[in-house]
Write a protein that binds this ligand. Sequence first.
Ligand SMILES: NC(=O)c1ccc[n+]([C@@H]2O[C@H](COP(=O)([O-])OP(=O)(O)OC[C@H]3O[C@@H](n4cnc5c(N)ncnc54)[C@H](OP(=O)(O)O)[C@@H]3O)[C@@H](O)[C@H]2O)c1
Length: 276
Amino acid sequence: MKVLKANGAEIPALGLGTYALTGSQCVDIVLRALEVGYRHIDTAAFYENEEAIGAALAASDIPREEIFVTTKVWPSEVQEGLFQRSVEASLNRLALDQVDLLLVHWPPQNDHIDEWARLLCDAAKQGQTRHIGVSNFTTGLLDRMVTACDVPLVVNQVENHPYLDQAKIRAACARHGMALMAYCPLQKGKELFEEAVIAGLAEKHSRTPSQIVLRWHLQHDDAGAIPKTATPERLIENISLFDFELSSEEMAQINLLADRNLRICEYDFSPVWDVP
Ligand SMILES: NC(=O)c1ccc[n+]([C@@H]2O[C@H](COP(=O)([O-])OP(=O)(O)OC[C@H]3O[C@@H](n4cnc5c(N)ncnc54)[C@H](OP(=O)(O)O)[C@@H]3O)[C@@H](O)[C@H]2O)c1
């Protein structure tokens, strides 16, 4: 397994995304993921599955310290009082004393970056999380947040897949010693898999389109991905990435797909994204 080293954190580069997994299905998938080798689980207060993930962690034989658990605080809660309550509620639902990474899920709808930074850093100082980071932060917001924080940020979790040009945010993360963690890494299993270059490389390497796309993610420096699946067989498929390699020419062919600049997670509360 590739491990990302970012400002003192060691993060398994391939994790399990859990959005839309709930209840016993979530417990079963997370348990199975741990059995087949996943050591990084991504959740959020917003996903309403922290209890199920806590149940899976408790039922697993894998020691807690070998599993990297990320959760997130919803932006409306990033204010004095609400933030602390959100983190405590997440820890209670997960039945953990501490998560490995706590993220601000989206930039809040105000400009109080010093307050966002203080709340996030305090959670680390109080031991509720080993590391802190952000999600959906643009280069400008990231630069300001890094300046405002007195605890290092280790991750910016952003939408990333071959159809999206994230070169600027990738460079900003590198500049700050942070890892870029890709969400929607498979473009949610949509038309990307039928793209000629992806299908062609899958055939050439005797791999699946999902494996080609995930391998592309992991061959970038300081980059990870958290594909979600509710299908047990796909758990193994999506983690079987470490016995083949894409050449630099093949990586370059996939990079050309970024011209499409297709973004899935676009909401009225999204920040003004970096222009490629
Ligand atoms: N920070 C944020 O704002 C944010 C936003 C979105 C997502 N996330 C995180 O990122 C994670 C991943 O993103 P995502 O769930 O939106 O999208 P994704 O991982 O790109 O795609 C998931 C979809 O791909 C399918 N899939 C998975 N493996 C496959 C395979 N080997 N072959 C064919 N199809 C496959 C899944 O189907 P089945 O489940 O049916 O197998 C599911 O429909 C989320 O679960 C969440 O943890 C974070």
